[in-house]
Write a protein that binds this ligand. Structure first.
Ligand code: 13P
Length: 254
């Protein structure tokens, strides 16, 4: 059975003491994760060790990096390698967020290289895809996201693919307060699963968690997560508020 996941993406926000207080507040609030549910916190790189120490021993709670580099080591000033993440005990990394694609020119091919190195080091990528408003308005979003998956993931074996989590984040819904309707989210998630099934078969596709991201909050999480192909969320703004994020965790399907 695929995992239901509430993933926080703090992006480039908070000082280390604010981040520590936020994690403390969320951990202190009542929420019980079932065997099938996970909470993930993608924190800024300088906070990974702090955050990892805070969740040590907490079942089904993981700290994630927001990015990593595609090379093992070397003269790449400012970059973070998967080996560094592994040495901190980090086992999840967000890859291909639309902000990285847009502001740092990350291409589908470059992301394929990052996916490969993560899998080599046993790190789970949360692989993001999603279309801009102009693509949605032109009605070509299904082909666009299919191409993102094909070019970054379709070289993987079925066994490798099953280690990934996919996040669908329509760019027009990120930080805009505009959420995809639960019908729009379900329609796209079913499409993504069908794209994966066309290459890897139904059983493999059914095993992959597909998260929705884009203005998820406490008030809409339950409705979005209740859709059959929506397996939780990747949450920006609302993940910076303890009450909101705990409500989002508590909205996961069992
Ligand atoms: P918001 O939840 O702020 O819209 O951000 C979504 C996102 O980009 C999560 O990765």
């Amino acid at each position: 059975m695929r995992k239901q996941i509430a993933a926080a993406n703090w992006k480039m926000n908070l000082t280390i003491s604010q981040g520590a207080d936020l994690l403390d507040a969320i951990i202190a609030k009542p929420h019980s994760l079932t065997e099938n549910q996970q909470a993930v916190f993608a924190v800024p790189s300088p906070y990974l060790a702090m955050a990892q120490a805070k969740v040590a021993g907490k079942k089904n709670v993981f700290i994630a990096a927001q990015n990593c580099y595609s090379k093992k080591s070397g003269a790449y000033t400012g970059e973070v390698s998967v080996e560094m993440l592994q040495s901190l005990g980090i086992s999840v990394v967000v890859l291909g967020h639309s902000e990285r694609r847009e502001y740092f020119n990350e291409s589908n091919q470059f992301l394929a290289d990052k996916v490969n190195i993560c899998l080599e080091y046993n790190i789970t990528p949360i692989f993001c895809c999603g279309e801009a408003l102009a693509i949605r308005e032109a009605g070509t979003q299904n082909d666009y996201v299919a191409k993102q998956l094909e070019e970054s993931l379709f070289h993987l074996s079925a066994e490798q693919l099953q280690k990934l989590v996919i996040a669908y984040e329509p760019i027009w819904a990120i930080g805009t307060g505009k959420t995809a309707s639960s019908e729009q989210a379900q329609e796209m998630h079913a499409h993504l699963r069908a794209v994966l099934a066309s290459k890897y078969g139904d059983a493999v596709a059914a095993n992959i968690s597909i998260l929705y991201g884009g203005s998820v909050k406490g008030s809409n999480a339950k409705e979005l997560f209740s859709q059959p192909d929506v397996d939780g969320g990747l949450v920006g703004g609302a993940s910076l508020n303890a009450d909101e994020f705990v409500t989002i965790i508590n909205s996961l399907k069992a």
